[in-house]
Design a protein around this ligand. Structure first.
Ligand code: NDP
Ligand code: HSE
Length: 437
């Protein structure tokens, strides 16, 4: 069989990693795919910039459309990122009937529904394993390995940069800005790093995971999203005193009335494996009705871990090039006419435990007032710590953990607490997940 000829859009962190992995593992890949896989044409903005890979033998251009439209290119790999021109390039490749492989979670989360429809109508595919959790083959695991299950919920640390920052701040006492700039140098961060720290990148990935887990259309706009940029080191410290780690978690859970989709800093009991996932590592916990909990762990970002997922997609695509398009693994795990719209629950309807930190004046009756307000809202306190009075402000922090309750009830209780003269606004609120069932 002649080699499969790849057109590569982007020669940055992931594109460079893909060239290196394809070249280093060429023999093994040919044995697995049944054909050699060769990059023949590639594009970047600046052709004289230094690269992490060799460009020997590659036809190069600054015009990515030339790569897509090159009749010798059989498969297009998009590793440029962003919405435009990536969207137009992928659409053109699909119109030409060429399979597309991408790591672009933003594009899949926003435009995946149309891209999959276009691919289906052209008898081709869009593969996107690298779009979620870097090198962890989580899409394949859910779509194929867990196909026997009804997935009830999943929860994951799905942004490597954010986890890298949280870990270094906790363990090394470094500043947010300092660790973020290291993550950028290491190639982990998005070109706009606010996507990482404000939870947008994790929301893109959660959108994709939920659609595959529940067989529903991609609904990025419905994800409740909070980032880590406002997280205070004292809350990380108090959480540890209470036996928890704070992680930036994405949660998708199915209920009779709809689906929860949320990304926010979350307290996780430190005995859970997820609480011990540190640095750039990601992990996704998936709960299936037959298998129970399963956990997938690995590097969430970086050149070769991400290339691992891109190249796996390439091998898959090569294996199925001659297969009947209607008998390939469906994009969203269920056959296209079975993708079912499900209502997304408003955040107010979500039920979790809560961590509250109140900064109060050191006066008699303050605790009693707080306890009364919580009791009036039917809120059950699970643990409480009162810290020493600050010498400068004469205020003292009170940290509470609650049993699970509805977000709407907690919102009302926080509003009432913030009205108290002895309580300084805002009350810090973080969510707690036991991840037990
Ligand atoms: P980089 O910024 O390192 O690389 C982007 C590449 O695309 C560069 O080679 C750049 O050219 C080229 N490029 C960008 N815009 C254009 C354009 N308009 N015309 C021509 N070429 C262009 O990004 P990454 O490799 O980090 O990320 C690529 C994709 O992979 C993104 O979608 C990202 O979200 C995703 N991803 C990244 C991971 C990571 O760990 N970095 C992990 C998982 C997914 P030039 O080099 O000349 O500037
Ligand atoms: N910026 C992303 C992260 C890259 O840090 O997780 C991997 O998707």
């Amino acid at each position: 069989m002649p080699p499969v000829r790849v057109g590569l859009l982007g020669l940055g962190t992931v594109g460079g990693g893909v060239v290196n992995v394809l070249s280093r593992n060429a023999e093994d890949l040919a044995r697995r795919a049944g054909r050699r896989i060769e990059v023949i044409h590639a594009s970047a903005r600046n052709l004289s910039a230094p690269r992490i890979c060799s460009l020997d033998g590659l036809l190069l251009t600054t015009n990515p459309m030339e790569v897509v439209e090159n009749p010798d290119v059989d498969v297009v790999v998009e590793l440029m990122g962003g919405m435009s021109p990536a969207s137009q390039l992928i659409r053109r490749a699909l119109e030409l009937g060429k399979p597309v492989i991408t790591a672009n979670k933003a594009l899949i989360a926003h435009e995946g529904n149309e891209l999959f429809e276009l691919a289906q109508s052209q008898g081709t595919v869009v593969a996107f394993e690298a779009a979620v959790a870097g090198g962890i083959p989580i899409i394949k695991a859910i779509r194929e390995g867990l196909a026997g299950n009804r997935i009830e919920w999943l929860a994951g640390i799905i942004n490597g940069t954010g986890n890298f920052i949280l870990t270094a701040m906790r363990d090394e006492g470094r500043t947010f800005a300092d660790v973020l700039s290291e993550a950028q140098i290491l190639g982990y961060a998005e070109s706009d790093p606010t996507f990482d720290v404000e939870g947008i990148d994790a929301a893109h990935k959660l959108t994709i995971l939920a659609s595959i887990a529940f067989g529903m259309p991609l609904k990025f706009d419905a994800v409740y999203t909070e980032g880590i940029s406002q997280l205070q080191t004292e809350d990380v410290r108090y959480a540890r005193e209470l036996g928890y780690q704070i992680k930036h978690l994405g949660v998708a859970r199915r209920h009779a009335t709809g689906v929860e989709l949320r990304v926010h800093p979350t307290l996780i009991p430190e005995r859970r494996l997820l609480a011990n996932v540190d640095g750039v590592k990601n992990a996704v916990l998936v709960w299936g009705d037959a298998v129970g909990p399963t956990l997938y762990y690995g590097a969430g970002a970086g050149a070769e871990p991400t290339a691992s997922a891109v190249v796996a997609d390439l091998v898959d695509v090569v294996r199925t090039l001659t297969a009947d398009p209607n008998h390939r693994v469906p994009h969203l795990a269920v056959v296209p006419d079975q993708v079912t719209d499900l209502p997304i629950l408003p955040m107010e309807a979500v039920e979790t435990g809560y961590y509250l930190r109140l900064t109060v004046e050191d006066q008699p009756g303050v605790l009693a007032n707080i306890a009364r307000i919580l009791a009036n809202h039917g809120i059950n306190i699970e643990a409480m710590i009162q810290k020493e009075v600050s010498a400068e402000t004469a205020h003292l922090p009170i940290v509470l953990l609650t049993h699970p309750l509805r977000e709407a009830t907690m919102n009302a209780a926080i509003d009432a607490l913030e009205v108290l003269e002895s309580v300084r606004s805002p009350v810090v609120r973080l969510r707690v997940e036991s991840l037990s069932g």
